[in-house]
Design a protein around this ligand. Structure first.
Ligand code: DOR
Ligand code: ZN
Length: 350
């Protein structure tokens, strides 16, 4: 039994597919920070309010789930919109995508210096900045983009805005682990289940496997091991963020397949598997249910969730509806593999 966890980094998408995704997360997680990289992205207070409404109307009755919405930073977003949205409790945080770094990021930020007024505002009002930490320079090797971002952009940013609270999202390298550990409470990091399970070989096992392609891209084995040590350390700067990022089958199986892994279906179970393998089940609750709320200054969830050992096979495909309302599929992370833990329903008390 652990305190009910939250997902501090999630893609719920929009339209028909939203209906098939909200309950999958809400079965286990009480809150989730929902990413704003829709098409078009969430850049206004009104867009965030109506997206939150659509999420809540997709939620099955009886499930207690709180989506925390984010603003998508662009070069020309006004600081007033950000401030008003934060003060009205519509925007929980703001997301910085370097332009063209990942899915639906073409309207992202072209140069961090251009958004100085936005960042100053965030520092002043205490609004957290969530960062996709990769440079986009095509001359930088894709496996080095996170490390270069830390040196070139993150370090100067933290120095320049000492009062700014920052989350480096979905970290993938030993360097990121060490850097986050070396900073004080100004910086936190989320870690995904897939980066704890796979290294870059997974993308090339017997052929090109787009189901394991995500951004930041999975790295070498020693990076995966560093991430495992970080997540299971119990240290307060590391917390759960699945980055579950569903793309329909056709968008993955393509000559230019989309980045993203749909892990929400068994996300908690996937993390538990790692903590069990690392003999660190006693650290799971800190990572999944305590460090995130503590970083964001939110109360811990009051309910609990029971984890039981159960050996089962993960389905190859998860059925969803596409935009035309017809049947389509997502491939869940761990498809065709056996998992050994199952999360039962949420309970009121220990
Ligand atoms: O793999 C990813 N998919 N990484 C991201 O940063 C975005 C996400 C998506 O939205 O598909
Ligand atoms: Zn993401």
């Amino acid at each position: 039994m652990i305190r009910q966890p939250d997902d501090w980094h999630l893609h719920l998408r929009d339209g028909e597919i939203l209906d098939s995704l909200v309950d999958v997360t809400a079965r286990v997680f009480r809150r989730a920070i929902v990413m704003p990289n829709l098409n078009p992205p969430i850049t206004t207070i009104q867009a965030a309010i109506s997206y939150r409404q659509r999420i809540l109307s997709s939620l099955k009755e009886g499930l207690d789930f709180q989506p925390l919405l984010t603003a998508y930073l662009t070069d020309d977003l006004s600081p007033k919109v950000l401030k008003d949205g934060f003060e009205q409790k519509v925007f929980f945080a703001a997301k910085l995508y370097p332009a063209n770094s990942t899915t639906n990021s073409s309207k992202g930020v072209t140069d961090i210096n251009v958004i100085s007024p936005l960042i100053e505002t965030m520092e002043n009002i205490g609004m957290p900045l969530l960062i996709h930490g990769e440079v986009t320079d095509p001359d930088i090797d894709i496996f080095d983009r996170e490390a270069v971002f830390i040196d070139k952009h993150l370090m100067p940013l933290l120095k320049r805005y000492p009062g700014l609270r920052v989350v480096l999202e979905h970290i993938t390298t030993e360097k990121a682990v060490q850097f986050v550990e070396s900073c004080d409470a100004q910086l936190g990091a989320t870690i995904t289940p897939h980066h704890l399970h796979i290294n870059r070989n997974a993308m090339f096992l017997g052929g090109l496997r787009s189901d394991f392609y995500c951004l930041p891209i999975a790295k070498r084995e020693h990076h995966r091991l560093a991430l495992r040590r970080a997540a299971t350390s119990g240290r307060s700067c590391f917390f759960l963020g699945t980055d579950s990022a569903p793309h329909l089958r056709g968008a993955k199986v393509s000559s230019c397949g989309c980045a993203g892994i749909f892990n929400a279906k068994y996300a908690l179970e996937s993390y538990v598997e790692v903590f069990d393998e690392e003999e660190a089940l006693d650290k799971l609750e800190a990572f999944a249910s305590e460090n995130g709320p503590n970083f964001y200054g939110l109360p811990l969830n009051e309910k609990f969730i029971k984890l039981v050992q159960r050996n089962y096979l993960v389905e190859e495909l998860y059925e969803v509806k596409n935009e035309r309302g017809s049947l389509d599929h997502l491939v869940p992370f761990h498809a065709g593999e056996r998992l050994h833990w199952h999360a039962l329903s949420v309970e009121n008390r220990m």
